[in-house]
Structures are given as C-alpha cells and as structure tokens.
Design a protein around this ligand. Structure first.
Ligand SMILES: Nc1ncnc2c1ncn2[C@@H]1O[C@H](COP(=O)(O)OP(=O)(O)OP(=O)(O)O)[C@@H](O)[C@H]1O
Length: 715
C-alpha cells in the first residue's frame, strides 16, 4: 500500500496513457461502440471545469491526500466527565482556534438560527482548498468533452455518469492534479479521447469473449495467451462458475458450468436473460421498510421467504462443505486473525504491478479464492466472504451484477476500478484487485474483509443501546475523514448510508460502494431513480436540482450522525414526497430566504407542509429523561450544519472535522475501546436475520436447526 501511495501517481499516469493509446488504436478499428453515449459531458461539466481553478486545491504529498490532523492533535483541554475509552490528548492546541459555535447554520428556525453561520465554522483555513466543492453537473444534459487544459494545472473531470434525475448513485470521478491523478493525455492527444469509448480493457474482453481477436503487440498477445487461457481451462472446476447469482445460489456447488472459451460467447451480455426491473424491487423494499442493500433481486420478491429459505439451505451447505474441507474452523479463524495480525504488524509493501492492475495483462481468476459464504447482496453486487487459497487471507469479493450488458461490457467500470485501486485511506475500504470469473462477463472486486456494516450492527439485537456520544464521535471522525478524502479527490459518493459503512472489530469504519456500482446501471433508465434509498438523500436532489455537489454527501453524513445517536433513521420516507414531508416537518419548510433558489427548484410544490419551525432539537435534546438521545449544544450545532438546507451553506467535510464538538467532552472514543459484536458477515443468512430482527418463530426454527446439528448461532 505504501508503495502504491508513493508511486501511484506516476504509475497511474503511465497506465492511463497506455490505456488511452491502446484505446485509440482500437477505436480506429472498431466504430460500433456507441454504448457510452451517456458519457458525453454536460454544459455544467464544462462550466465546472472552467471554474474549477477557483478551488485552488493544494496537496501536500504526491498522492494528493492531505491528511487532516488526527483528532487527537485538535483536542483541547477540557472539563467535565469522560466516557471510558475516550481519546485523550495532552495537546491543548485546537485547530478551531477559538471559533465559537454558538449559532447553528441551518435552516428554518424558530429562533435566530436562520442564515447565521458560526464564525469560521464552515470557513476553510488558509491551507484549505475550498469551502464548497465546485463539483456540480447538469443531471440531464449530455456530458461535455473533457477539459483540455490538464497540463495547465486545472482540474480535469472525467464524468463517468450522467444520470441522476433519478437519484441513482453516480460517482463523478474527477481527477485533481494529484491522485487520483488526471489522466494526462499524450502530446497531441485530444481531450475527448480520455473518455474512451473503447479502452484497452475492451481489447482484453474482446479477446476473452470472442476467443479470436488478438492484440496487436506480440507481447500483449503472449500475456493473454499465458494468463487468460489457463484461467479458462480452470473454469469447469471453479466454485464461482455460475454466471448469475440465481444459478449460483440454486445449483452451486454441485453443478458447475463447463464453459469453454467458445461457450463463453453464449454468455455474452446480449444473450443473458435480462434481470427484472430493479425499480420494482426498490418499491417493494421501501414499502416494507427494508433496506435497499438486501434482497434486491426482484426475481425473488414474489417468493421472498421461500426463496430465502432455499438460499439459506445452500448457504448452509456451502459452509458445511467448507467446514468439511477445513477440519477445524476455529483453526481457520485463528489463522485468519493471525494473518490479519501479521498483515497489520508488517504492512506489505505494495506490489504496484499487482495492485495497480494493468488490464492489458489480464486479471487473476476468481478461482484463486475459496468461497466461504455469501455476505450480502446489494443492488449492484453480491458480496462473498472468501479466502485467498495461496495466502490464506480472508477477503470480501463483490461480484458485480451485469444488468446492463446490452450496452456491452462495462468498460467505464473497469476504468473506474482502475482509479479506485489508487485510493488508499483508512476510512475507504481497500480494493485490492479485480479478478475475473469464469463466464468472462463476471468481475469481482477483491476488497479487504470487514465484519459488519453499520446498518447490520444497529439492527442487531446484540446492540441494545445506541452508540454513546463518545462512540458516535469516533465513528463520525472516521466517516468525515473518508468523505473528505473522496471530496479532496473529486469523487462524490452519492449513496452514503449506514449499509455502505463497514465496521470491523477493531473499531474501524470504512466507506464502501463509492459509486462503482453506478456504472452497472444505465443512468437514464426509469428504475434508477428508485434504487438509492431515500432516507439519506439531500433535499436538493429530492427537489430535482440539476446541479449538485459534495454537499449531497454531507447531508447524508448528517442523517447518519442522527441515526448513530438515535439508533434509528432520521427521515425514513417511503416516497420522495413523504421523504420531503418528513424533512420539512422536522427542519421546517424551506423558503427563499434561508435557501436562495429554493422556489425555482423543479420539484417544489405548493402543497408541501408549511412548517415554520426547526424541531430537530426536540429529537436530540441537550438533556432528557425521555429516552431520546442527548446531544450537547456543539453536537447539535454540527448536526444542524450538516442538515442545512442550502447546499452552499452546508458544512464541508473539512470544516466538520474541525468542529469543536470533537474536542469537547466526552472526547471521541479510541477505536480500541469501541464495542465489538459477533461478526454477522460470517454467519449464515438465517442466523443473521434472526440476530437483526429476533422473532420468536425464527428463534424456534433456529433451535430446531441447532438440535439437528446445524451450525450454532455463531458458527
Ligand atoms: N469489504 C466488505 N466486507 C464485508 N462486507 C461487505 C464488504 N463490502 C460490502 N459488504 C457487504 O455487502 C453489502 C452490499 O455491498 P455494496 O454496498 O458494495 O453493494 P451494492 O450492490 O452496491 O449495494 P447497494 O444496494 O447498497 O448499492 C454491504 O452493505 C455490506 O454488508
């Protein structure tokens, strides 16, 4: 990882040039790649590019990430009580520099809060790059070509998506001067070519799926012959051989597809049975109050319980088989933790050739991993726990769903993966590599394995109380550091929610799913507007704004902070209207005064509830015996700033990190003292379901299963 950080930029540029050069060659040969029509960039993008220089961002190292000083350094001396495990600091320094936070920035207010901003609270320090990200785009317009003046030091945007009227997750991956660095074009290289319609990845995949096409360079052909075909010969023995999840669940592990390179042509995107419309699923899910990250395959919705049981059955079998082959699961677990410990003790220097995958040389096969169990299924991917057969390392494999194969292989996704591989941050889940499955249209992201996601933890009956303020601070600091890193690197997450925040039993929080999944959904398809859960969606998106920015993530962070404190979602609307209604009832109905431009937003309706007051404080009182979560004045100020209506006034990640809530008592808890929970991700689905929502019937079923010798609650 360290090497990756040091050499990532140059390596990335070289790789980009390599990819683009190859794409250029390939695009001359083939002109039928029109599936990326959505990647034309909008006027807004052009405006953004031209205006980007105003941000004047600086990076203090070669990787483009200027780490925010650890909270410790910002902690000032304080009075009052502490919670066990608080991070202590001998430092009396305080970056907030005497700023006062007595006035909240938000919103409609019953008091004098409106329009006032705590001095300096949202203002960047001199070294900060911006108060507000210039990342905005026109959600409906086609994207403009890439800006051409990368060399002049301006930011360059590679817009990987155009969607969002729908609210689908979209990551606008924008390269700053430093990593993920801008894809510097070679001399004479047209900027538009950076948004290649045919990248070198096409080449590999074409070779894979056609079985005939070869690269021009003999070396590359050789690589493919040596690395791709051996993989294909292994397919028949692959445990990952299923081409779709349904099949994988219903037939694996007994039936394995025997797929030859020729056969694989049959599995090409266009031939695959289209999946049911995701929108239906989302509607169903929302209507029953479920989270979107689960059971997203609409094909199963009609027989949910029955199918779940089926799946459970195979999950059990998978695990049993796994355990049979590993005589002692305890040994396995201990060896896992040993591996983990070894890894953390002596961080392995990054092998750039491994981490920064050269797509021209192909990816490893998923067969190098042994499947342990299915962790979860999101809208865009199925996530498995697996073990590297060679190193024994336990990882998470996200098999990307190929819903949009009509549009060809998701080249933009491969390109995005390439960028994501360059991201290294303690609060961003580490994507180690990409491996290919047997059907050649399946791609797996290899990620570091995390025991939980935040949603699962908070739903589990093992968590009896909400997180304390001290614990929430610990989690919020990590979350904000991760979001700041993404924003500093010109990436909008756009789907921050508790199920996308992973936790491990070392108290670490990591953001996952930052936009990769977007590339597998067509941005303009009707279902896309429904796939992202509404609960964390910023009001400007709900009201149909066409331009938006990093502030949308900050709204989500606010919703997450509230949920961490209350152990329940803040605004859990089932429809966009209901979502807005819930927001307005709590924060007050916005108006032009507190949110200039509000009245012109497309979704504004006259029949919105008229609620003149901000009642957020009622939900988070400073002190109460009502069981509602207590929140200090400073904590409430931060929450209010995160949930500020006007995106221009909403606090940035950078400013939030310096908020004095983090430096007042109780101080953020040390990660080492954060509560731990049974690793839900290692349990079968039935047990997980029970732990999340215990119900007497389920308990009885579990007891029966255990009596029959099935796995116990904790395996
Ligand atoms: N690295 C990981 N380690 C452990 N579990 C993970 C990991 N990555 C993802 N998961 C689990 O899988 C779930 C779905 O993952 P992810 O959000 O990446 O998929 P998705 O298809 O994009 O989902 P969504 O419907 O939220 O968009 C997560 O909520 C989490 O429970």
């Amino acid at each position: 990882m360290a090497a990756g950080r040091q050499g990532g930029h140059r390596d990335y540029e070289a790789r980009e040039r390599e990819l683009d050069a190859e794409a250029s060659r390939r695009s001359k040969e083939q002109n039928h790649h029109n599936h990326l029509g959505g990647r034309h960039r909008s006027d807004a993008d052009r405006r953004r590019d031209s205006g980007r220089s105003r941000s004047g961002r600086e990076f203090s190292n070669g990787f483009g990430h200027r780490r925010t000083p650890p909270p410790k350094s910002r902690l000032s001396g304080r009075l009052g009580e502490r919670e066990p495990g608080e991070v202590l600091s001998g430092s009396a320094s305080d970056d907030s520099g005497g700023r006062t936070h007595t006035v909240a920035e938000n919103v409609v207010s019953s008091s004098s809060r409106e329009g006032k901003v705590a001095p300096g609270a949202a203002a960047p320090s001199p070294s900060k790059k911006r108060k507000f990200s210039p990342i905005i785009w026109d959600r409906d317009s086609p994207k403009p070509p890439l800006h051409s003046d990368i060399a002049s030091g301006k930011k360059v945007v590679e817009s990987l998506s155009a969607d969002t009227a729908s609210g689908t997750k979209v990551v606008e991956s924008v390269s700053a001067e430093l990593p993920p660095p801008p894809p510097l074009p070679p001399q004479g290289h047209s900027p538009e070519r950076l948004v290649v319609e045919k990248s070198p990845m096409d080449v590999d995949l074409a070779v894979d799926t056609e079985g005939t096409e070869q690269l021009h360079e003999p070396e590359e052909s050789k690589v493919l012959e040596e690395e791709e075909y051996p993989t294909m010969r292994n397919i028949s023995t692959s445990r990952w051989a299923g081409t779709n999840d349904e099949e994988e669940e219903s037939t694996a592990p007994r039936k394995k597809k025997n797929i030859s390179p020729a056969d694989s042509a049959e599995l090409r995107p266009g031939k695959k049975t289209p999946s049911p419309e995701l929108g239906e699923v989302v509607v169903s899910d929302i209507s029953v109050g479920r989270t979107m990250s689960r059971s997203s395959d609409s094909g199963r919705m009609g027989n949910d319980e029955k199918e779940d049981l089926e799946v459970d059955k195979y999950d059990y079998m998978d695990v049993d088989r796994e355990e049979a082959s590993n005589s002692d699961s305890a040994n396995r677990l201990s060896s896992d933790s040993e591996n983990e410990a070894r890894r953390s003790e002596s961080p392995e220097p990054v092998k750039l050739g491994h981490r920064c995958i050269n797509m021209l040389q192909g990816c490893r096969s998923v067969d190098v991993f042994e499947r342990l169990n299915k962790i979860n299924e999101g809208t865009y991917g199925v996530v498995y726990r697996a073990r590297d057969k060679k190193t024994g390392e336990v990882v998470a494999l996200k098999k990307v769903k190929m819903e949009k194969e009509r549009e060809g292989f998701p080249l933009t996704s491969l390109r995005e993966i390439n960028i994501l591989l360059s991201f290294h941050h303690p609060s961003i889940v580490d994507v180690k590599e990409v491996v290919v499955g047997s059907s050649l249209d399946s791609i797996f992201m290899v990620m570091e394995y995390m025991e939980h996601d935040l949603k699962g933890v908070m739903e589990a009956k093992t968590m009896k109380q909400p997180y304390t303020q001290s614990e929430v601070k610990c989690l919020m600091l990590q979350l904000l550091e991760g979001v700041k890193y993404l924003h500093d690197n010109w990436v909008l997450h756009r789907d921050l929610k508790t199920s996308n925040l992973l936790l491990n039993n070392r108290g670490e929080l990591k953001i996952c799913d930052f936009g990769l999944s977007r590339q597998y959904g067509s941005p303009l398809k009707p279902y896309t507007q429904l796939v992202v859960t509404l609960w964390y969606r910023a009001p400007e998106l709900l009201l149909g704004t066409k331009e938006y920015s990093t502030a949308i993530d900050m709204w989500s962070v606010g919703c997450i902070m509230a949920e961490l404190l209350a152990k329940e979602p803040l605004f859990n609307g089932k429809t966009e209207f209901e979502q807005l209604d819930k927001i307005f009832r709590t924060l007050g109905t916005p108006n032009e005064k507190i949110w200039p431009g509000y009245a012109k937003l497309p979704g504004v309706k006259v029949n919105f509830v008229k609620q003149p007051y901000n009642r957020l404080r009622d939900k988070f009182p400073a002190a109460s015996f009502s069981g509602r979560p207590n929140l200090s004045e400073a904590g409430f100020d931060l929450l209010n700033r995160l949930l500020t209506y006007d995106p221009e006034k909403r606090i940035t990640a950078d400013a939030a990190l310096q908020h004095h809530w983090f430096t007042e008592v109780p101080l953020p808890k040390s990660k080492d003292f954060m509560p731990t929970f049974p690793a839900l991700n290692e349990l079968d689905r039935r047990t997980r379901r029970y732990l999340k929502s215990p119900d007497p019937l389920e308990e009885q079923r579990l007891k029966e299963l255990q009596a029959k010798g099935s796995r116990g609650l904790f395996g």
